[in-house]
Design a protein around this ligand. Structure first.
Ligand SMILES: [Mn+2]
Length: 251
């Protein structure tokens, strides 16, 4: 059985970009399980590709949880297993490889977001647009410390240096946040290949369009039109009111 109380409109699009030859981003959606994710791999010799793939392969085994806490525990166990597997791959390769991850979990009228690195989640809820995640990056640390200003961030040379990822340390932990989903909420999960080119205001305007597919394709197109310097991935999830008369129990 599914515990989704919303009608979900989901579309994920991932593109290699205009510069790279390999797409090391991965996009994952399992509406029945309530698990949605974007992972952005890094490391030479296909290492990044293996790392992001290791994450989504494990997320595909989450199955149907019985409670929101059970769902979160199942996902965290998969991310821990992916962390160990990627560490083993890195040891075998003699190189540092890893992957960011951002995961959105839906259970009944609740959501949780788990993340590591600079892949992001955004939410448009009743006209209010907000970034749910906080980048694990050198740039974010400098912003938090007041050492550089927000208007300097887009051109800061080290803006892609991340401070947390799956597969780079045995002491791995995700950060997480949770809240109630409101009917009509729109979520975006994306890699930095999108946010390096497309600002929050433009993302908000595109997410307000009806249709997850239209929004995801417009976001990727915007990043590509500005150079597509990295792999770019956008997963849009619209939580529509349940069909009338289903008694889905969200009152
Ligand atoms: Mn990237």
């Amino acid at each position: 059985m599914t515990r989704q109380v919303f009608r979900l409109d989901v579309f994920g699009k991932s593109h290699v970009g205009r510069v790279r030859s390999l797409n090391e981003d991965r996009c994952f959606a399992d509406a029945a399980a309530g698990v949605f994710a974007v992972a952005d791999g890094m490391g030479g010799h296909r290492g990044g590709d293996l790392a992001s793939a290791a994450i989504v392969e494990r997320l595909a085994t989450v199955g149907i949880a019985t409670t929101a806490a059970d769902l979160r525990a199942r996902v965290e166990a998969r991310l821990d297993a992916a962390n160990d597997a990627i560490l083993d791959l890195a040891t075998a390769a003699g190189a540092t490889i890893g992957s960011t991850v951002v995961v959105l979990l839906l259970f009944a009228e609740h959501f949780a977001c788990l993340w590591a690195g600079d892949s992001r989640a955004y939410r448009l809820s009743r006209g209010l647009f907000a970034r749910i995640t906080r980048d694990h990056s050198k740039l974010q640390e400098l912003l938090d410390a007041g050492l550089i200003a927000q208007h300097e961030a887009a051109t800061y040379p080290g803006r892609n240096v991340i401070t947390r990822a799956v597969g780079v340390s045995a002491a791995f932990a995700v950060e997480r946040t949770s809240d109630v989903v409101r009917p009509g909420d729109v979520f975006l999960l994306c890699s930095d290949g999108l946010t390096n080119h497309v600002g929050d205001a433009e993302i908000a305007a595109i997410l307000a369009r009806p249709g997850a597919r239209e929004a995801a394709e417009a976001l990727v197109a915007a990043a590509l039109s500005r150079g597509g310097s990295d792999n770019v991935t956008a997963l849009v999830l619209r939580c529509l009111p349940p069909p009338r008369g289903t008694g889905a129990g969200n009152g």
